[in-house]
Design a protein around this ligand. Structure first.
Ligand code: FMN
Length: 384
């Protein structure tokens, strides 16, 4: 009943908006993830045996794609380039964006504006080179794959294959998203992630890097933000004064209180730990965080951002006890792009899931069952 009322309201809103605006029509892709979760994922035009059926259900459950109506997914239909940007923006959790687009066909205030501004800032979309993004153009198979690869931080080459200039269907797009974004742990048996990306960030530089790491790892990883009980104001961070941050850094015993904790650290084997450099070392709140949990058996991968200083994990390695493995850390500039981060993640020798936890991922494509064993990192993310 509630659902029916929602869709009636949605249709009225869509009609109203499309008649008020001559720009991009409101699309089914503008449903929110919340409404996706509300609806029962089963479409009359997606037979259970269709090769893309599992992928469609997964994408709708995750709020990445929506049906064109409550009953139909339209798997043979197509998406515009704006819709494809919006799908990836959703996959990223719709981060805040500022500014407007330099593309002349991406005006401010449209449903896709933030998505395109974000995607072009990340190098995921580049437009046609003549100031146009191609907002309403149908996304081709190759454009869809290239955008998705860039989102994953992989390097891509245009193939020039004429077959790939055909439009990507919605079914194919769902399958590609599923292939790239669904991580091995969840694929195995709906189980939980084994990697946690933890970060502390006051001005979002470290947060962006953490998000790139999460994007490179897909569903295999969860994100967690260390939040101070008392948030840092800009005065607290004004390092040219006797500010709170400076006072904490000067005091080796300072342990600023944190809000909450990681409730389920046991489930994670690997923890990425990110922070800004404050006066040449991690902020004292990182010390608080490490001292508050049991790190036995974990592998920690530190990373940091700074205005120019080099990497430092000064004092924090000693806080976790002897039975913790620390990998070599890495410093990034706040503006490091997604592919540099993904390349670093790819280069790491992370411990593999223990025996018995191997994750074999099955997907049926055109009637053929393909498998990828994610316990072997060399095939992670691909299907062989
Ligand atoms: C109190 C304080 C001290 C800092 N000390 C350094 C430093 O020693 N070297 C450096 O390169 N940057 C320093 N910075 C700059 C930050 O490391 C840099 O802006 C970082 O990317 C901020 O990350 P965030 O946006 O995730 O908070 C300092 C910033 C603050 C607020």
């Amino acid at each position: 009943m509630k659902r029916k009322r929602f869709f009636t309201l949605f249709l009225l809103a869509a009609l109203c908006l499309s008649s008020c605006s001559a720009a991009e029509p409101l699309s089914a892709e503008t449903f929110t993830p919340e409404t996706a979760m509300e609806r029962n994922v089963s479409f009359a035009d997606v037979p259970g045996g269709a090769w893309y059926a599992g992928a469609v259900n997964w994408c709708v459950e995750k709020g990445l794609m929506q049906g064109v109506s409550p009953e139909r997914f339209d798997p043979e239909g197509t998406l515009t380039r704006a819709m494809m940007a919006a799908v990836l923006y959703r996959a990223q959790g719709e981060p805040d964006v500022s500014g407007t687009s330099s593309f002349t066909d991406v005006p401010p205030g449209q449903w896709y504006t933030d998505a395109v501004v974000w995607a072009s800032g990340q190098g995921i979309v580049q437009g046609y080179g003549n100031g146009l993004f191609g907002t309403r153009d149908t996304v081709t198979k190759e454009q869809m794959e290239v955008m998705l690869s860039r989102y994953m931080g992989k390097s891509t080459d245009w193939t020039g294959d004429p077959a790939l200039t055909a439009p990507a269907t919605r079914g194919e797009t769902a399958a590609a998203l599923y292939r790239e974004l669904k991580g091995p742990e969840e694929s195995a048996s709906g189980e939980t992630s084994r990697i946690l990306v933890v970060y502390f960030s006051c001005t979002n530089n470290t947060k962006k890097i953490a998000e790139h790491i999460k994007a490179a790892l897909g569903e295999e990883a969860d994100l967690y933000e260390i939040l101070p009980e008392e948030p840092y104001t800009s005065d607290d961070l004004n390092y040219n004064s006797d500010c709170r941050a400076n006072r904490e850094q000067e005091d080796p015993t300072a342990r600023p209180a944190i809000q909450g904790t990681v409730e389920d650290l046991e489930q994670y084997d690997v923890v990425f730990l990110g922070y800004p450099i404050w006066w040449g070392r991690p902020p004292r709140i990182v010390y608080t965080f490490l001292e508050s949990l049991d790190w036995t058996g974990k592998t920690i991968v530190p990373f940091c951002t700074s205005g120019g200083s080099g990497y430092s994990d000064d004092g924090i390695r000693d806080l976790t006890g002897g039975d913790t493995t620390w990998l070599t850390g890495r410093r990034f500039s706040g503006g490091a792009d997604r592919s540099a981060v993904a390349e670093w993640v790819e280069s790491l020798e992370l411990p593999q899931p223990e025996k018995g936890e191997e994750s074999v991922f099955y997907i049926t494509v055109n009637g053929q069952t393909l498998t990828a064993d994610f316990a072997d990192n060399s095939s992670a993310g691909g299907v062989s």
